[in-house]
Design a protein around this ligand. Structure first.
Ligand SMILES: NC(=O)c1ccc[n+]([C@@H]2O[C@H](COP(=O)([O-])OP(=O)(O)OC[C@H]3O[C@@H](n4cnc5c(N)ncnc54)[C@H](OP(=O)(O)O)[C@@H]3O)[C@@H](O)[C@H]2O)c1
Length: 288
């Protein structure tokens, strides 16, 4: 039986991307192989990692141990937000491929437009991002990378690449979940044929107690995480839930239901969520 795990979107460079991915942030390198192997065994084809997660080695091991054919998988990594010059970015791509033990990645992103210490503070690093982009375009030509895109980019950051780069980004990976969705960024991406990927689609696990979500999830006979992942799919984005246990990994892919228009309207109108607690130490949840 076909499920969401078998479905793809088409990217603006003509290649395809699975509609649902597996996130690996905060999975330690020595646990990443097992988690990735479990996810692939459960039918996930898309694995999301990053240089900054320091688990590319373990992710690569999990990919090899899974027994899946490389061409059936979709692997994404991201260039460190701190790398803003051509040579460092170029070298880091080779380091990532070596750590992953792969000849190519399917998708390579600029992790953020600014170094994390200055995330969304106003210096957009326009020149630096163009240098990194040039290194990525060259890696694409060399066959080290299939598709290239960005993450955490505001619209002005995208404009910089659209105006001065040769290749158009295929995706912008953004914090996107019920209660925190940047519709201005989603609309702009759509206008330019850029797909949005939804990171932290279940709010980093922090919305489990929400009464509206619990009541709605009960009506559909699903869990709050499943409802939240489905919301991202209804928006036409690629949700990238992270989970540790096989039970959560499996559950997060059981999202083959439709949210009614009325319920989507309720979800779209949910008040802004800011309850990330301890996780606010991470810039992506800091509200900048
Ligand atoms: N580009 C960026 O800057 C950026 C930033 C953040 C995240 N990301 C990507 O997006 C991925 C996901 O984001 P995230 O890790 O922040 O958070 P998330 O996927 O929204 O939430 C993960 C949390 O939810 C829990 N969980 C998962 N499935 C569950 C289920 N079925 N029932 C109950 N709890 C469940 C997990 O617990 P267990 O682990 O115990 O299962 C974990 O605590 C990351 O791993 C990463 O790949 C990218």
């Amino acid at each position: 039986m076909m499920t969401i795990l078998d479905e793809d979107y088409r990217l603006n460079d003509g290649l395809t991307i699975p509609k649902l991915g597996f996130g690996t942030w905060l999975i330690d390198d020595d646990k990443a192989a097992a988690a990735v192997k479990t996810a692939i065994g459960s039918g996930y084809r898309y694995i999301d990692t990053a240089q900054a997660y320091e688990n590319e080695r373990g992710v690569g091991e999990g990919i090899r141990d899974s027994g899946a054919r490389r061409e059936d998988l979709f692997v994404c990594t991201k260039i460190q937000a701190e790398y803003k010059d051509y040579q460092t970015a170029k070298d880091s791509i080779d380091t990532s491929l070596e750590a992953l033990g792969l000849d190519y990645v399917d998708l390579l992103l600029i992790h953020a437009p600014e170094p994390w210490a200055h995330f969304h503070e106003g210096d957009h690093c326009f020149a630096g991002n163009l240098e990194v982009w040039r290194a990525m375009e060259e890696a694409q030509k060399a066959g080290k990378v299939r598709s290239i895109g960005v993450s955490n980019f505001e619209n002005v950051d995208l404009d910089n690449i659209l105006e001065h780069g040769e290749v158009k980004p295929v995706v912008n990976q953004l914090l996107t979940h019920v209660g925190n969705t940047r519709f201005d960024l989603l609309d702009y991406a759509k206008e330019h044929g850029i797909l949005v990927e939804a990171y932290s689609p279940i709010a980093h696990g922090k919305m489990g107690e929400d009464e509206t979500l619990n009541a709605m999830a009960r009506r559909y006979g699903v869990s709050v995480p499943q409802l939240m992942i489905r919301y991202c799919l209804e928006l036409g984005t690629v949700p990238l839930p992270k989970a540790s246990s096989k039970a959560h990994i499996d559950a997060n892919a059981q999202v083959d239901f439709a949210i009614s228009e009325e319920d989507m309207a309720t979800l779209l109108a949910m008040p802004h969520f800011d309850g990330y607690g301890d996780a606010k130490q991470f810039q992506v949840f800091s509200g900048k």
